[in-house]
Ligand binder design. Structure first.
Ligand code: ATP
Ligand code: MG
Length: 363
């Protein structure tokens, strides 16, 4: 069986460190490993509209931002198909058919949808499109016959729901869909990177992000005002590591060689953590180290972004070409789905013959 990746992001803002450690970095590694037959990376504009229906301009503006972020982290259009969701209408059609296989109560139980509804204060006015976006996500994944979906932990319930749809479809209509597997970050700090405010998740919607496109001054400012241990007012007192966002970021980003390069007082992160917990190590020193570690990762990304920013028409060309490839692929799956569901009336010689015979007996 072919190994195929599908993953993507909502164009609701520029991409941030959470996206980077949760998914982007892994995608680039998988892309360059040469182990995958096909890689599809989707800018999920239709999904973004499910909770931004009144602000299509935001979505429109952010498509190119996300594409620039993709290219700047090293996604390569020669190896990965970058495309825009709404340019592939087959996805909408698949969603419509899959919707018959999912119950309202099952959607209500989806923990990610539940918490996102709360976060957006939708309560009693949940848009139907938003409520059903896990179904549309199942369409996105299965349309490309994806075997692997590299995403952050918040996507786990989406993948489970997608697998259920695949099972239900295949059991009802015959094996037409491929069951995908989630690929979570191997480093547990990257599963759900907290925001700079210490909140559980760095998220565009919460305004607690360090963006991949932030300049060095912005990164510095954001790190210096980051949430640490509010009880650690005197540097000689013991500090807490748990829930301390600065240390979580170091868990996610720092390597032993960074200590040799920028902070030779310690051999590795554990030594710095031990000192912080004993007391005697202040937040400022830790933050200064984090800035250096982040800069090492972000500087080359920023450089590549600058280059692509000078070729915006080229970026749109990449998305257009990718969307054409994506549409051809999704059309093949849609044909398989319709055949399995027996709604391919005009391609089905047996159906015409059957109907003919029914009437020929009446003569
Ligand atoms: P929005 O607030 O508009 O939903 P978002 O910041 O949650 O935006 P998405 O586009 O929903 O971003 O997520 C894209 C991908 O990035 C998903 O694979 C998701 O798991 C991953 N991701 C997003 N935020 C984080 C995070 N803080 N830590 C790890 N992974 C993340
Ligand atoms: Mg999200």
């Amino acid at each position: 069986m072919e190994k195929i990746i599908l993953t993507g992001d909502r164009p609701t803002g520029r991409l941030h460190l959470g996206h980077y450690v949760g998914s982007l970095k892994r995608r680039v590694e998988l892309q360059n490993s040469g182990e995958y037959d096909k890689i599809f990376i989707m800018i999920a504009d239709a999904q973004a509209l499910t909770d931004n229906a009144d602000n299509p301009e935001k979505v429109r503006q952010n498509i190119v931002e996300v594409a620039l972020d993709y290219l700047s982290v090293g996604l390569d259009p020669e190896k990965s198909t970058l495309f825009i969701q709404s340019m592939v209408p087959e996805l909408t059609e698949l969603t419509f058919y899959y919707a018959n296989l999912v119950t309202v109560s099952r959607l209500q139980r989806n923990p990610t949808v539940k918490s996102e509804i709360q976060m957006r204060n939708f309560e009693t006015s949940i848009p139907v499109g938003f409520f059903t976006y896990p179904i549309s996500q199942a369409a996105d994944i299965t349309a490309f016959k994806a075997t692997t979906v590299p995403v952050g932990e918040d996507q786990m319930p989406m993948l489970e729901q997608c697998q259920e749809i695949v099972h239900k479809f295949n059991a009802t209509y015959g094996e037409a869909l491929v069951e995908p597997k989630i690929l979570l970050p191997s480093n547990s700090a990257c599963l759900r990177l907290p925001g700079t405010d210490g909140k559980a998740k760095m998220s565009k919607s919460l305004g607690n992000c360090i963006y991949l496109s932030d300049g060095p001054d912005e990164v510095k400012k954001k790190v210096m005002s980051m949430y640490t241990d509010p009880g650690h007012v005197d540097l000689n007192q013991p500090g807490k590591i748990e829930g301390n966002a600065v240390f979580t970021y170091l868990d996610a980003f720092s390597k032993d060689e960074d200590f040799a390069e920028f902070w030779p007082d310690y051999k590795n992160l554990q030594e710095a953590k031990d000192h912080y917990q004993r007391g005697g190590l202040g937040d400022v020193k830790v933050k200064k180290f984090l800035i250096k570690v982040l800069e090492k990762e972000l500087a080359p990304i920023r450089e590549r972004r600058k280059k692509w920013e000078q070729d915006i028409p080229g970026v749109y060309e990449i998305l257009k070409a990718g969307s054409e490839v994506a549409e051809r692929t999704a059309a093949e799956t849609l044909a398989d789905v319709k055949k399995a569901m027996k709604i391919n009336y005009f391609d089905d010689g047996a159906l015409i013959k059957e109907q003919m015979e029914k009437y020929s007996n009446k003569k």
